[in-house]
Design a protein around this ligand. Structure first.
Ligand code: ARG
Length: 281
């Protein structure tokens, strides 16, 4: 960006002006119809009767697949939270499953109203999206194969090792910043990383502790490494909304505060850990 020439900047300014002009022309009414802005309103959701949610269901106990009465279903603590929110709003939930890599984009493109996927509200993402208050903040850990427990026990031990992180996740940055000697392997889905750890093509993978515990519980050859990673507030989970959805955000914050104060989020995590344990991967 810094290399843009004077001419390019001039051009950019023109285009920006033109864009402002046209969006002002078509976006002045408050009816919501033909609205070119991507913001979501409480009203539009209530009118539609559904809350459209984007998620990446590969992240037990927050969102994952399980069989319920012989049918594949997406369940998890995030899904329970979203259902509680939809109940409060008096609407139904419609969950779309996709790669984590495209979850935020789908909100931006208006395909979903909100993204709920254990999403960390980083400063970088806050430039492009609105985020609710945080509802969960687990520490970051490294999962390894038990057979390497005596060697992979320090940050330096991961130098030259293959360490997985989900594509598009904050864990990619954690590997780059905190395990700078390791080789980052970006992988689309969390369960695929678990398979690679079991097979030995990955030496480690970085993920949040609550998620790590769930997958380690289901994979007896894996364990959480005895290595401490830094966690900050940037990593805490929030719901993402299109930029400018202030009214909806305020409403969601009220509901989230209530759920937290009633201990519901922890309850959802506990209950879904049990579901994940009994789920055959
Ligand atoms: N908290 C991390 C992030 O926001 C990882 C989230 C991954 N979520 C998922 N459902 N796979 O980048």
């Amino acid at each position: 960006m810094k290399k843009i020439t004077g001419i390019a900047i001039g051009l950019l300014a023109l285009v920006t002006l033109a864009a402002c002009g046209s969006s002002n022309d078509s976006g002045t009414d408050s009816s919501g119809s033909n609205n070119t802005s991507s913001e979501v309103t409480l009203d539009s959701i209530k009118k539609a009767g559904v809350l459209k949610v984007a998620t990446s269901a590969d992240f037990a106990p927050f969102e994952f697949h399980t069989m319920v009465d012989g049918k594949d279903q997406i369940v998890g603590a995030d899904i329970d939270m979203v259902n509680a929110i939809a109940d409060e709003l008096g609407v139904k939930t419609q969950v779309s499953d996709m790669s984590f890599n495209t979850v935020l984009a789908s909100v931006k493109e208006g395909k979903a109203d909100i993204a709920v996927s254990g999403i960390s509200a980083t400063a970088e993402r806050q430039k492009q999206f609105d985020f609710t208050d945080n509802y969960y903040n687990p520490p970051q850990v490294i999962i390894i194969n038990k057979k390497n427990q005596d060697t992979l026990n320090s940050i330096a031990a991961f130098d030259g090792k293959q360490v997985g992180a989900q594509k598009g996740s904050t864990q990619e940055d954690i590997v780059k910043d905190q395990l700078s000697g390791a080789k980052l392997v970006s992988i689309d889905k969390v369960p695929s990383m678990i398979v690679e750890l079991n097979q030995g093509s990955l030496d480690g993978m970085v993920v949040e502790q609550t998620i790590a515990e769930s997958y380690v519980e289901q994979n007896s050859d894996l364990m959480i490494a005895n290595v401490e990673l830094k966690t900050d507030d940037d990593n805490a989970f929030s719901i993402a909304l299109p930029k400018g959805s202030t009214e909806l955000k305020d409403e969601l914050n009220k509901i989230i505060a209530k759920l937290i104060s009633e201990g519901k989020i922890d309850e959802y995590v506990k209950a879904n850990n049990q579901v994940a344990e009994s789920t055959e991967e």
